[in-house]
Design a protein around this ligand. Sequence first.
Ligand code: IPE
Ligand code: IPE
Ligand code: MG
Length: 267
Amino acid sequence: MAAELGATAALTPHSGRGAASQPHQGRLPRHVAVIMDGNGRWAARRGLPRVEGHRRGVEALRRAVRIAGEAGISYLTIYAFSAENWSRPQGEIADLMGLLKRFIRKDLAELAKNNVRVRVIGDRAGLSPDIVGLLDEAETSTAGNDGLVLVVAFNYGGRQEIVRAARALAERVARGELAAEAIDEATFAGALDTRGIPDPDLVIRTSGEVRVSNFLPWQCAYAEYVFLQELWPDFDAEIFAAALAEYARRERRFGGLGEGPSGSGAP
Ligand code: IPE
Ligand code: IPE
Ligand code: MG
């Protein structure tokens, strides 16, 4: 059944601006994670400063949140600032911090009104107190919502997250609260920033770069990746729909034999 529906979606990969707002014909990912890349190149192509690309990137983010909610996606994770982005020039870092603050101050009420629940992942140590305060406020003021979960990866690095989780578990073992033998995948996942959030089904990266850049390495062990040529500020409903259609065409096997003719028969 699901394979049939997937095939239907495959016939309509660019089915127009409204496509992402309808319940998807094929398999709709429960959790979409996005590496929002290409803001700087978008600006450079227009002879504009990089910060203008980041500003337009925030507008694309607003569109993405709206479309994800309308499409019935349950979780949208966005890579907003990586642990490695500290290596950028101070001025650009300040611009990005300023944009995050403005986004939360300006959009939080709207997100709350739209029943969006905000979660923040990444290392809050090393962030300025005003940023930490805003991130906390975004989480606490939307904690009671049960619509789209918007997971903001800020000062996030996957390896760093795994190390923090390992350290937290080691401390519990050292205190005698946890037996080392009791650590399994579920325990480990529960020590990550993403605890309680299902793994991403689909990861979208814009701008033509084909790499993971330390984004959710544990959680995306079995995710489907869609790499798009478009730059993040250009992201819109049509591009989102095309990525969802590509996902619907994929056959997820998880190490098994899948649903195709060779996989549906006898064991
Ligand atoms: C993505 O755009 C935004 C962040 C990484 C914060 P970039 O700033 O990486 O844009 P490019 O890759 O230089 O075009
Ligand atoms: C990944 O983009 C990080 C974010 C989108 C926040 P980058 O532009 O920083 O990634 P690299 O450096 O090209 O791998
Ligand atoms: Mg980039």
